[in-house]
Structure formats: structure tokens, C-alpha cells
Design a protein around this ligand. Sequence first.
Ligand code: ZN
Length: 136
Amino acid sequence: MPLYEYYCDPCDGIFETLRPIREASDPVPCPVCDRDARRIMPTSFTAFTFRDGYPRKLPDKGTYWHLGKEVKKRVTGGMRPNEHPELNKRRPPQRKSKGEISVEKEKAQLRDKERKKMLSSGVRPSGRHLPKSLRK
Ligand SMILES: [Zn+2]
């Protein structure tokens, strides 16, 4: 028997039921309130995270549904579209390339050189920018 999806208006929830094809379009009693639920097209709701404004998946276990998969928490910022922290592992932070590292090293060396030049020419950079050991 094929699996069909039904939507219950009073509960604002959807559920799935196995039914013979010829009965597929007949209403099915909702597992929660026992009222007639009408059939919806498969996958028409599966692209949502259910709950909070979206239909609930019945029977309601207090979980959320993300792209048809059950999760415990809702997506909270910082994820790519259509990803969920419980379903998609976070990618490791991007490492700096060799080029970037050598550029940073060079900048630090130049900064150091500049400071030494200033010190030797008698110009004292303002105290805030000096390391503690050089302050009077
Ligand atoms: Zn219901």
C-alpha cells in the first residue's frame, strides 16, 4: 500500500498513512483529534521546518522537522540555507593559506622595523603603541 499525506485543519498538522490506492482521496481521521483530514500532495510540506507557523507533524512529539527529517531544535542562524546543525556537520574554519601567513609575517616585520627606526631617530611613538617594556 502506498503512503499518503493528510492535513488536519483544526490541529494544523500533517500525518502520513498507508492506504489502498482507491481510498487515497477519502478523508482520514486525524490521529490527534479524530476529525476528518484531507489528503495533500506528497512532499508539499516536507521542505519546511515544521512548527512555529508551519504545520505540525502528527502525532506531535515536540520535535521539529527539517526537510522531512526529524530534529530536536530549530535552525538558529549561522547555517547555510537548507542545512541544520543536527543533520549537517559544521565545516571546520578555513585555514589561512601559506600566502596569507607570509603576508602577515612581512607586515609584522615592517611594523617592527618602522618602530625601531622611529626610536633610533629620536621620535617616540605615543606611549599607547609601545610595548610596556619600552615605556618610561
Ligand atoms: Zn487533528
